[in-house]
Design a protein around this ligand. Structure first.
Ligand code: BV8
Ligand code: ZN
Length: 271
């Protein structure tokens, strides 16, 4: 049976729900001006994002990968949460006053949910604003712009820009007890496992929720892509908010087509 787009019927379900999981992907940040992975947004210079988001790429050319992440850090620092992030954060606050739980499980590394005020948050793929030392494993928050002098003015996304070949000594280095190790972004690259604590926490919330929203994701990257179908398989209502259908749409009870900056506030405000 194809999914319903009856917003009033969905809002009635929202009003009764006690434990809501909201799964989000790049589409929830699109209206903030943060490029998504699909289509044009998926390219930086002549590279596809997912070919740079790998341990192999970093090992081969840490300077190029740092230019890519520096560009994304600087881009996100100049953007703000949009009405979808804000409605989700307000929804969590309002429901917590009624003893009802809202938890956001995001694939995004832009921290826009955090900046919008969401507190119950699982950042499945890490954050642009955390680094991990490749030598001592220290993980630290870092909002410096630029993250180091070697990257100042680097990272332009245009296809004809030459790679800067920044010497490794000029890349972000660990300052913990003068370790000096090369830092990497504390994100989950393709081919890397997600953090055990995040997988465990997600499984618990997905098992217990009585409503799931899946917002702005193409549902092609695993294991995150399995989460919403898992909830639907338990007979729990799942609503997909997207510009288009995805390979998982057929498994969901609801599908709301459109910009989630409009459809999410419609679904959540005062529900
Ligand atoms: C793992 C952080 C195993 C980094 C990301 C072959 C080789 C190696 C691995 C694999 C392989 N085949 C399969 C795999 C597994 C792989 C995978 O799934 N690959 C895919 C490509 C097939 N997965 C992994 O590698 C994962 N790890 O499997 O580990 C393992 C286990 C134990 C031990 C060792 C290994 C790790 C995956 C995490 C990768 N890191 N991000 C960074 O960002 O730089 S993934 C990254 O891409 C995002 O985080 C996100 O997850 C994904 C992009 O997806 P979306 O968020 O959905 O964004 P997208 O642009 O695709 O879609 C946007 C959607 O929004 C669209 O539907 C659009 O219509 C919609 N939209 C746009 N605007 C709006 C909107 N909707 C509403 N309103 C709007 N305004
Ligand atoms: Zn270190």
């Amino acid at each position: 049976m194809s999914p319903s787009n009856d917003m009033n019927a969905f809002r009635e379900i929202v009003k009764k729900a006690k434990h809501i999981v909201i799964l989000t992907g790049a589409g929830v940040s699109a209206e903030s001006g943060v490029p998504t992975f699909r289509g044009a947004g998926g390219f930086w210079r002549t590279y596809q994002a997912q070919n740079l988001a790998t341990p192999t790429a970093f090992h081969k050319n840490p300077g190029l990968v740092w230019e890519f992440y520096h560009y994304r850090r600087e881009t996100v620092l100049s953007k703000n949460p949009n009405p979808a992030h804000i409605a989700i954060a307000e929804f969590e606050k309002r429901l917590s006053g009624e003893g009802r739980k809202v938890v956001v499980i995001t694939q995004n590394i832009d921290e826009l949910h955090r900046r919008a005020g969401t507190s119950d948050l699982v950042e499945l793929h890490g954050s642009l604003f955390r680094t991990r030392c490749t030598k001592c494993d220290d993980v630290s928050s870092n909002y410096d712009s630029p993250i180091c002098e070697g990257l100042r003015g680097k990272g332009a996304p245009d296809p004809n820009v030459e790679n800067s070949c920044i010497p490794e000594t000029d890349l972000p280095r660990c300052r913990k007890n003068n370790c000096g190790g090369l830092l990497r972004p504390a994100v989950v690259w393709f081919g890397e496992g997600l953090e055990e604590k995040d997988l465990t926490r997600s499984a618990q919330e997905l098992e217990k929720c009585d409503l799931c929203l899946v917002v702005g994701t193409s549902s092609v990257v695993y294991p995150a892509a399995m989460f919403a179908p898992q909830v639907a398989a338990r007979g729990i209502p799942v609503a997909e908010f997207n510009l288009e259908s995805t390979p998982e749409t057929i498994n969901f009870g609801f599908h709301f087509e459109g910009q989630c900056g409009s459809t999410i506030p419609q679904a959540l405000l005062d529900a």
